[in-house]
Each structure stands twice: as structure tokens, then as C-alpha cells.
Design a protein around this ligand. Sequence first.
Ligand code: NDP
Length: 288
Amino acid sequence: MKKEINGKTKIIGLIGENVENSLSPLFHNQIILKHSLNFCYLPFQVAETDLGEAIQGIRALNIRGVNITFPYKEKVIEFLDELEESARRIGAVNTIVNNKGNLSGYNTDVIGFKKSLQDKEKFVIKEKKAVILGAGGAARGVIYTLLEEGIEEISIFNRTLEKAEKIKQDFSPFFPRSSINIFSFEQDNIKYKIKEANLLVNATSIGMASQVGNTPFSDEKLFHPNLLVYDLIYHPAKTLFLKQAERAGAKIINGVPMLVYQGIESLYLWTGFKLEEKEVLGMIERNA
Ligand code: NDP
């Protein structure tokens, strides 16, 4: 096991507005130690005004790559040299790889979301109906994945309607067989759409550690037992949103599996090392 940092150790890490509660440093460094990889994963808390300089710093310090988290997944794009196909289509980046100063943006959230739904929950996306709360960087990845897998209908609810409109505009041409509806955050529409949905995803930041006790909507009667309720948030592990859904008899999943699956893909991009699924599932269980 490689425990010491030496002159050849490569730095990878996480850039976000508030990285204190992230599980990523723990997750990556555990794998790095276990598999004797000569890497070290560090958290970098960066203010929005410093984002450009921080990204430039990746080149200057020869950092191998970083994850990008809330709320910079879209904002970071302007500072990169190139985007991999799905990151370009989605318009959000969660992983940067530095190849001799050339910064490429990837979106491994897509793989993380897809695997957590299909492999872990055995949820078949094709011809289902989903309600998505939020239209930020994470929501874009979630919506893209569902469309790619042949979902029948997606209803997006967001506080800022223009952001939901932009998603519809960007994605509709590529997925003409699926219907995308957009709404502002209004209870009446939500009630109707959730009633006929199979999947409900909270892709807003409402309920995160900094705002524990908040929930996208307070009416527990909106949940029903035929619904898989997915909260992308993983800290706290069970948000008020998930507690409400559970009380109403819905099946629930938090953001830990997605985080772990996307982490595996990011680590592979930086190191060439691919974890076994079995090991990952054990890790999910311990973290959940
Ligand atoms: P963004 O900042 O890009 O988007 C935030 C979203 O939340 C927007 O839709 C925003 O609405 C909405 N929102 C925030 N505050 C409020 C509020 N008070 N009322 C109504 N809507 C609100 O963030 P991300 O998309 O990157 O992240 C969203 C969440 O997903 C975070 O909690 C993040 O931790 C989690 N996540 C988890 C992952 C995992 O692996 N488990 C991966 C990626 C993200 P508006 O557009 O109106 O501002």
C-alpha cells in the first residue's frame, strides 16, 4: 500500500463553492490507498470570482485533473479547451482532465445516474414518465440520460423557467420521440404530473446540508407507492424530501450511488485504473 506522498505523486481534486461536506475526497483517497495509486485527491473551495484563476491554476500546477461540483458545472465550460461529446451536448462538466496543459471537460454524472438507476435499482427507463425538479447542471445530466434511454415523457419544474426552456430547446431536436414539458415551480401542475409519473428526481439543491429541513414541496400527499423517488443530494443521507416520500410508501434512493459510480469513471479518466463493480457496491453500502 502506498501511504507516502513523494516527488512523483500526482494531484487530483475537487473544485466547488463549498466542498467541506463532500464525500469525494474520502472515497477517492480510500481507493488510492487500497490500490497503491500514486495520486492524492484534495478539496479546493473556490469562490465564483476566482473560478477562472483556479482553472488556470490546474495548468500552472500541473494538476492531473479535478471534479467540478455545485454550482460550477456549467460556469466552468468557458475556461476549458475542449469538451467530450456528452459534456458538450449536456452543457455541464463534472470532470476535467489535464493533458499537458490542455483541459478537457467530461460529464461522468451521466454514467453515475444511469448506473445507479439501472444497475442498483433495476429501474427500466424506457417508456416511463419522470418529473424532474431543477434545471441546473445536475438536472441537465439527469434529463439527458433519461432521454438517451428512451423515456416517454419528462416534466421539468424549475424556479427559473428560462433555464428549463433552454434544456427543452437544447435537447428536443436530438430526442424527437420523447416529450419534454416545462413548468415553473407550481404545486397544481406538480400534483398532476407526479400522479402519473414513475420517477421523481430532486435535482435542486433544496435540502442540502446547508439547508437541512427544507424540501422542494411540503405536501406529502403528492408522493405515491408506485413512484421511485430519487434525491441527488447525499449529505444528509436522508433529506426531508426522502423522508416524506418514504412515509408515503414510495421507494427511495439518495445521491450516494451516483456519486460513487461517477467517481469511478472520473478516477479512470485521470489514472487509467478501473474499479471492480463489486468493490463499489460494498462501498455504497458502507456509505449509505
Ligand atoms: P446548480 O446550481 O447548477 O442548480 C441548482 C438547482 O436548484 C437549480 O435548478 C435552482 O433553480 C434550484 N434551486 C436552488 N435553490 C432553490 C430554491 N431556494 N428554490 C427553488 N429552486 C432552487 O447545481 P447542480 O445542478 O450542480 O446541483 C444540484 C444538486 O444536485 C446539489 O444538491 C448537488 O449536490 C447535487 N448533485 C449530486 C450529485 C451526486 O453524484 N449525487 C452529482 C451532481 C449534483 P434556479 O435555476 O431557479 O436557480
